[in-house]
Design a protein around this ligand. Structure first.
Ligand code: ATP
Ligand code: MG
Length: 433
């Protein structure tokens, strides 16, 4: 058969739906000032500049975007030359980060989808490995994951450009992968998690064809490097919707891939207090974030792994091991198994360990112990964790009340400690995680 010539191919390409300035609600007032600077400078230098992804989606929904990603036809080196405050990043593909004080605007160059691959590389055996092939906007759109994440806002004429039915999906409240869902999950299994995360965050329904493969594909996550899974895990649990996300991850059997040891205990103890501990911890995380308070990943890790840690600990104690030794032992076992799947950085596992160990030390309320414990940099986290255990039905309510009263009598440094970001600032480097 004859291959179609270039004009034929162009004709076959779907035409985008274009909303004029009057037909959508995105106003430049809602766009981050630094993102606008980047877009204008690209444009003044003769390049195209678009906002893409979460910012366009969120502004159309009347939500406040988390970050503003820019795409352009300028090559990374050209972007680099336009902004003194910028540098090239990325091993897998090259992006430019333009820095304005604390803020970073990420600028990427249109890339072609190799086949219909995503932005991260060529497809080998169905999985993406590398990519640095630049393209045009209608190459770039097909590598994106969800239709609602593939809308472009053009700085030239303030139009919104939709190649993939994203506008309709936003209106219908629908999470839909672009292209063939099975193929898109195989290309990049992290999309399994992204689908669930965005469905929860936006309150959208997952389209049946996008939903159908999920349960059968959960094992694909084992191919993802632990470091990338750590990044994704933070997004899942620190995005403000931790509890609902956790419930949906369990619904789709995805949680078991992320925290297999915790899943084992959850299935054994369904209905009992251990499940409630995690539920309360996730709820607290969400309300702290909603109130603009800091949350430490270490605390979350302590809660996520508390049940399996306790199970091992109890076993060791019943075999005659001293309690503190058992906590150390159980922490080692649980954390070393966990980091094979998710690369939890040491500063966070260290916090989790300390919170666990302090649960024992909080029991010593005689003599100088309590006052000394108040000074411990992790006291506040450990006390919060004790409250959590009490709330979840563990037999520590009296102890928790004792500590609450004690702090009221000694109010000196407690509030100070609560908000101090001490994680990762330890001077001594320890090999243990
Ligand atoms: P938010 O930042 O609010 O969490 P987002 O949609 O901006 O949401 P990012 O992770 O910042 O999500 O990614 C930016 C854009 O890059 C996405 O909107 C999507 O178009 C594309 N993208 C990100 N990750 C993937 C992926 N794994 N596969 C395909 N496209 C992706
Ligand atoms: Mg984003």
């Amino acid at each position: 058969m004859h291959k179609p010539g270039p004009d034929k191919v162009a004709q076959l390409r779907p035409q985008p739906r274009v909303l004029s300035r009057q037909e959508h609600n995105i106003s430049r007032e809602n766009i981050n000032a630094n993102a606008l600077k980047v877009l204008h400078r690209l444009r003044n230098a003769g390049f195209d500049g678009y906002l893409v992804g979460g910012s366009v989606r969120d502004m159309l929904l009347g939500r406040e975007p988390k970050d503003f990603d820019v795409v352009t036809n300028a090559r990374p080196e050209q972007v680099r030359e336009l902004f003194r405050n910028s540098h090239l990043i990325g091993r897998r593909f090259r992006l430019v980060h333009v820095r304005f004080g604390q803020e970073v605007i990420e600028v990427s160059t249109f890339r072609t989808a190799h086949h219909i691959a995503d932005g991260e590389g060529h497809v080998v055996d169905g999985t993406i490995v590398r990519d640095n092939v630049y393209g045009t906007i209608d190459d770039d759109v097909w590598r994106r994951d969800l239709s609602v994440n593939a809308l472009f806002y053009n700085i030239k004429d303030f139009t919104v450009i939709d190649y993939v039915g994203g506008l309709q999906d936003i209106q219908a409240g629908r999470i839909r992968l672009i292209g063939d869902p099975e193929q898109r999950y195989i290309e990049d299994p992290v999309r399994l998690l992204r689908v669930v995360r965005f469905a929860v965050k936006l309150g959208f329904r997952i389209d049946p064809a996008t939903e159908a493969p999920i349960r059968g594909f959960t094992e694909l996550l084992r191919k993802i490097p632990p470091a990338r899974l750590f990044e994704e895990t933070l997004k899942l649990f620190l995005g403000g919707y931790a509890l609902q996300t956790f419930e949906q991850l369990r619904h789709y059997n995805l949680f078991a891939e992320l925290f297999p040891q915790t899943e084992v205990v959850l299935t054994e103890e369904e209905g009992g207090f251990p499940h409630m501990l995690l539920v309360h911890a996730l709820q607290d995380t969400d309300s702290r974030l909603a109130a603009g308070k800091p949350v430490t990943p270490g605390y979350l890790i302590a809660a996520l792994l508390w049940m399996p840690m306790q199970a091992i600990c109890r076993e060791q104690v019943s075999n005659g091991m001293a309690e503190m030794d058992a906590v150390h032992f159980a922490s080692d076992v649980v954390i070393s198994k966990q980091i094979a799947d998710i690369a939890l950085p040491r500063q966070f596992t260290k916090t989790a360990r300390e919170i666990w160990q302090l649960q024992l030390r909080l029991r010593k309320i005689q003599g100088k112990h309590p006052l000394r414990l108040l000074e411990h940099p992790r006291f506040r986290a450990a006390y919060d964790f004790l409250l959590l255990r009490a709330k979840a039905g563990e037999n520590v309510t009296e102890l928790a009340e004792w500590w609450t009263a004690f702090q009221q009598e000694h109010p000196v440094q407690t509030e100070q400690h609560r908000n101090k970001p001490t994680e990762g600032q330890g001077r001594r480097r320890r090999r243990r995680r």
